[in-house]
Design a protein around this ligand. Structure first.
Ligand code: 9D3
Length: 233
């Protein structure tokens, strides 16, 4: 799977995507990531990428001509045209279901906004999907793009290694995870639930399920409402 990112801050993408699972997926050739500096597509002598909004209002808006030139260049690079995602506070919320859907594309082009956002004509004519990562204000689309890449890349076949499958993970059955413990069994008088040390597998499985249900009810009741619980639950 290939990701192309359009940004005014290419330096932001050095680091977070160079470690761990994403690093290995890139080294193994399972995923490609190319970062493109939008400013390289500015045409006037000041290399301007933004201007004040028509009709007035605070801040600056990213220019449609510069964004379109950058996108056309990027779309001409690799084989299949990429599915174009604009990271935007006005977008639909990124969920596990949307992550899985995005992972079915061979290529994604992620556009990161800065300032007050982009000229709406770019969204209307060039963007396939507008996506937000949640209801809080950030300074730009770069961190959201990295969040999306990280979440989607885990679904690339082989990216997690042989052991783990993203299908088996929590969110899939809509419950939070149970608490986890490891050695030492006692530290500063802090113990571990006896059942986990008992070796009684049926009781351990029951304990884990009860913990998952109780935590979900306490912390995320919205997740319980989304699914029909069985009587044994
Ligand atoms: C404070 C300025 N806002 C009101 C006039 C508008 C605004 C513009 C640009 C608010 C945030 C941003 C920058 N954010 C993103 O580009 C962004 C984002 C986010 O802020 N939260 C969650 N998801 C995303 S995706 C892109």
């Amino acid at each position: 799977m290939r990701f192309d990112v359009l940004t005014l801050f290419p330096g932001a993408f050095v680091g977070p995507l160079d470690v761990s699972i994403i690093k290995r997926a890139r080294e193994d050739g399972l995923m490609e990531l190319a970062i493109h500096d939008i400013r390289e597509y500015a045409t006037d002598k000041h290399r301007s990428v933004d201007d004040s909004p028509f009709g007035g209002g605070q801040g600056m808006v990213m220019r449609v001509d510069v964004l379109d030139a950058a996108l056309q260049h990027v779309q001409s690079l690799a084989g299949p045209p990429g599915y174009v995602v604009y990271m935007s506070p006005q977008g639909e919320r990124l969920t596990d279901a949307l992550v899985r859907e995005l992972a079915t594309h061979a290529r994604l082009v992620l556009v990161c906004g800065r300032y007050e956002g982009v000229d709406e004509r770019f969204v209307e004519h060039c963007v396939d999907r507008e996506i937000s990562i949640g209801d809080y204000i950030l300074t730009g689309g770069e961190l959201p793009a990295m969040v999306l890449i990280d979440a989607v890349a885990r679904h690339i076949p082989g990216a997690l290694g042989d052991e783990v499958s993203p299908e088996e993970e929590s969110f899939v059955d809509g419950l939070l995870e149970h608490p986890q413990y490891t050695r030492p069994a006692e530290y500063r008088g802090w113990g571990v639930p006896d059942v986990l040390l008992s070796g009684h597998h049926a009781n351990i499985e029951k304990w884990k399920k009860v913990q998952r249900l109780a935590r979900t009810k306490e912390r995320r009741p919205d997740l319980l409402e989304d699914q029909g619980l069985r009587t044994q639950d």
